[in-house]
Design a protein around this ligand. Structure first.
Ligand code: ADP
Ligand code: ASP
Ligand code: MG
Length: 466
C-alpha cells in the first residue's frame, strides 16, 4: 500500500491559485496521504518582524502586521470560495496577546517567538484542508503541537522519536480510513505542551519526521522549483535540476545554504528507508530530484554549488599560541558560553592563528568575549589580535564524485582566480565531499557562478574529455 507524505512550502500555499494546485496534486495521488504545510510565503518573515517591532516598543506596528496577515488569509479563503476558517479568530487573538506580552516586557524570549511565529502554519493548514474538502476529499487540519514531541531547544528543537511516533498513531488510522489530514509544519511542543519550532525552513524537517512516524512509503517535498538544482536558480540562470542526489550530498548542500531543503530533513526519512523526492508544485509532472541513501555514479565531479551569506570571520592570531595545550578548546568554549554556533573552522595560515566562521550578528560580541577571555595573553602579546571580517559568505562545491578525483581543488581555485574572486579562507574538510571557502559577501554570487561555470558549462565537459 502506498502511504505518501506530501509537503507543500510557502509559495505552494501562497495564493488561492497555488492552493487549488495543491488540492489537485493531493487528489491525484493514489493511496493513503498525509499533507504537511508551511505558512504562506512571507508570513513567517512578517511574524518575526512583528516580534521585533513589539520588542522595540512599537506595538502598533506589530499589530498592523498581524492585521495584514489576518486580512490576507481571509482574502485567500474568499478567493478559494470557502468559508473563512473559524480558527483564524482565536489565532489572531492569541498571537496579539503574545505580542502584547513581548511589548510589555520589551523582550522576546525564544519561547515567546516560537509561540508567535507558528501563527503562519496554523493559518494555512485550515485553508488547505477546506480546499481539499471542496475537491471532494475527506480532510481535517491538525496542529503539530499535538503530534511532534520535541526537546526544549526553542527555535531549533529536535523531535523525541518514540513519543512522536506514539502521538502520530491516529494519523496512520485516519490515512488508512481514506482521510487526508493536513498538519502544520515547522512546529512541535515539549512533553508538557509548550510550543517549539524546528528552525527556519523547518517544515521540510516536520514532513520527514511525520513520514518516519507513520511509516510512509514516500516523502514528497513540493516547492517552487523543479528539484534540487546545480546552484540556486536565483543566482545561476542556467542551473540544472539534479535527478539524483545521495543523502550525504543533500545534507551538505542544505547545510551550506541550498535553501530548497532544511539541513536536517533527510535523516529521519533516510534512516527509515523512505525515498525522498523534491518536486515542483507548479510543474508537478516534472521528475524533480530523488534523494537516495547510496551515492549514484553519474560521472559528475562537483554536483552543485551552494552559498551561505550573513557570516563573520573571526581570526585569533599570535605567535605565542603555538603548542599551548588547550588553547583552541578555550576559544571554542567561549563560543559555546556565548551560545554562538561555529559554522566552519578554517585552515590555519602560515601565521599561528585560529580562524572560524560565525553568524555575522554574533561576531562583534563574540570578539569582545574572546578579548576578555584572552586579556592576559593579549597583554603579554602571546595573542596579537582578535579580528572580525564581516560580512563574508561560505561558498561550497559539493559532490560525491570529488572523492578520489585529483585536481578538483585546483579547478575550483583557478575558476575563482579567473573571476577575480579573492578567497579569504579555506575550510578544513575530510569527507572529500565538499570544498568550502570564504569570500566577501560582495563576491558571493560571482564565486558561485564561477565554480558552476567551471563544472557545469559545456565548455568544462569538453575540456574534461579532451
Ligand atoms: P519552500 O517554501 O517550498 O520550502 P524555499 O524558499 O524554502 O521553498 O526553497 C526553495 C528555494 O530554494 C528556491 O526557490 C530557490 O531559490 C532556493 N534554492 C537555493 N539553492 C537551491 C538549489 N541548489 N536548488 C534549488 N533551489 C535552490
Ligand atoms: N514557515 C517556516 C519558515 O518560513 C517553515 C517553513 O516554511 O519551512 O521558516
Ligand atoms: Mg523551505
Amino acid at each position: 500500500m502506498q502511504r505518501t507524505v506530501l509537503k507543500f512550502g510557502g509559495t505552494s500555499v501562497g495564493s488561492a491559485e497555488a492552493i487549488e494546485r495543491v488540492a489537485r496534486i493531493v487528489a491525484s495521488t493514489a493511496g493513503e496521504r498525509l499533507v504537511v504545510v508551511s505558512a504562506t510565503a512571507g508570513t513567517t518573515d512578517a511574524l518575526f518582524a512583528a516580534v521585533r517591532s513589539a520588542a522595540a516598543g512599537d506595538l502598533a506596528a506589530a499589530r498592523a502586521r498581524l492585521d495584514q496577515l489576518d486580512a490576507l488569509h481571509r482574502a485567500i479563503a474568499g478567493q478559494l470560495g470557502i468559508a473563512v476558517p473559524t480558527e483564524l479568530d482565536g489565532l489572531r487573538a492569541q498571537t496579539l496577546s503574545l505580542l502584547e506580552a513581548v511589548h510589555l516586557l520589551r523582550e522576546a524570549s525564544p519561547k515567546a517567538i516560537d509561540a508567535i511565529v507558528v501563527y503562519g502554519e496554523h493559518a494555512s493548514a485550515p485553508l488547505v484542508s477546506a480546499t481539499l474538502r471542496k475537491h471532494g476529499l475527506r480532510s481535517e487540519s491538525r496542529s503539530a503541537e499535538q503530534l511532534i514531541v520535541t526537546d526544549d531547544v526553542f527555535g531549533n528543537a529536535s523531535p523525541l522519536v518514540s513519543q512522536t511516533r506514539e502521538r502520530c498513531a491516529p494519523l496512520r488510522e485516519l490515512a488508512a480510513a481514506g482521510a487526508v489530514t493536513v498538519v502544520t509544519g515547522y512546529a512541535g511542543a515539549t512533553p508538557d505542551g509548550v510550543t517549539t519550532t524546528l528552525g527556519r525552513g523547518g517544515s521540510d524537517y516536520s514532513a520527514a519526521i511525520f513520514a518516519a512516524a507513520i511509516d510512509a512509503t514516500e516523502l514528497r517535498i513540493y516547492t517552487d522549483v523543479s528539484g534540487v538544482m546545480s546552484a540556486d536558480p536565483r543566482v545561476v540562470k542556467d542551473a540544472r535540476t539534479l535527478p539524483v542526489l545521495s543523502y550525504l550530498e543533500a545534507t551538505e548542500l542544505a547545510y551550506f545554504g541550498a535553501k530548497v531543503l532544511h539541513p536536517r530533513t533527510v535523516l529521519p526519512a533516510i534512516e527509515a528507508g523512505i525515498p525522498v523526492r523534491i518536486l515542483n508544485t507548479f510543474a508537478p509532472e516534472e521528475p524533480g530530484t530523488t534523494i537516495s541513501s547510496f551515492a549514484p555514479r553519474d560521472g559528475s565531479v562537483v554536483k552543485a554549488t551552494a552559498s551561505l551569506a550573513g557570516l563573520g570571520l573571526i581570526n585569533v592570531a599570535g605567535a605565542g599560541m603555538s603548542g599551548v595545550p588547550g588553547f583552541a578548546a578555550r576559544v571554542f568554549d567561549t563560543c559555546a558560553a556565548e551560545k554562538v554556533s561555529v559554522l566552519m573552522i578554517s585552515q590555519a595560515s602560515s601565521e599561528n592563528s585560529i580562524c572560524f566562521i560565525v553568524p555575522s550578528e554574533a561576531a562583534q560580541s563574540l570578539r569582545a568575549a574572546l578579548e576578555r577571555m584572552l586579556s592576559r595573553e593579549l597583554a603579554r602579546h602571546d595573542v596579537e589580535r582578535v579580528t572580525v571580517e564581516a560580512p563574508v559568505a561560505i561558498v561550497s562545491a559539493v559532490g560525491e564524485g570529488m572523492r578520489g578525483t585529483p585536481g578538483v581543488a585546483a579547478r575550483v581555485f583557478t575558476s575563482l582566480a579567473r573571476a577575480k574572486v579573492n578567497v579569504i579562507a579555506i575550510a578544513q574538510g575530510s569527507s572529500e565531499l565538499n570544498i568550502s571557502l570564504v569570500v566577501t559577501e560582495n563576491d558571493r554570487e560571482n564565486a558561485v557562478r564561477a565554480i558552476h561555470d567551471e563544472f557545469h558549462s559545456g565548455r568544462a565537459s569538453v575540456r574534461l574529455s579532451a
